[in-house]
Design a protein. Sequence first.
Length: 149
Amino acid sequence: MKLMLTTFATGVALALSAPLAAQDDDPWPFEAGEYVEVTGIKLADGAGLKYAQWLAGEWRANSDFAVEQGWLNSYEILVNTHPREGEPNLYLLRRFPTFIDNEEGERRRKIMSERYQRSEEALQQESADRAEYRTVTSDMLLRKLEWDD
C-alpha cells in the first residue's frame, strides 16, 4: 500500500511539474489548482472565546481585505470537534492562486503595514501575547488537484 501511494504521489508530482499546456496524449486526469495553506492551532483551556473573538475581529477583517485584493481566493476555519491527544483544536485555511515574487511581497507588506497602523515591533508583541493561549502546532501547504475534463 505504501509503495502504491508513493508511486501515485510521485506520478502526480511529475505530471504537475511538466508544463500545464494541454496535450492530447497526456494521460493525467488532473491539473494543478489553487494552493491551500492549513495552520493547526491548539488552544489553552478556557481560551476558546478569547481566540474566537480575535479571529472574528482582526483576522477576519484582514482576510476579507486579502480576498478583496485578490491575494486570497477564500479562507475558512475548521474546528476539530473530537481532537485526539496533541491534535489541534482549529485549522485555519487560506486559499490562494499563485506564489508571489519578492517585489510583490514587499508591495503587499507596505500596504498591510499601513492598514495595521502599528509598528512591526507592536505586531510581533501582539503575536507573542496570543502565544499565551494558543500554539501553532502545524503548518502545511497543499495544492488542490482539479479534474482535467
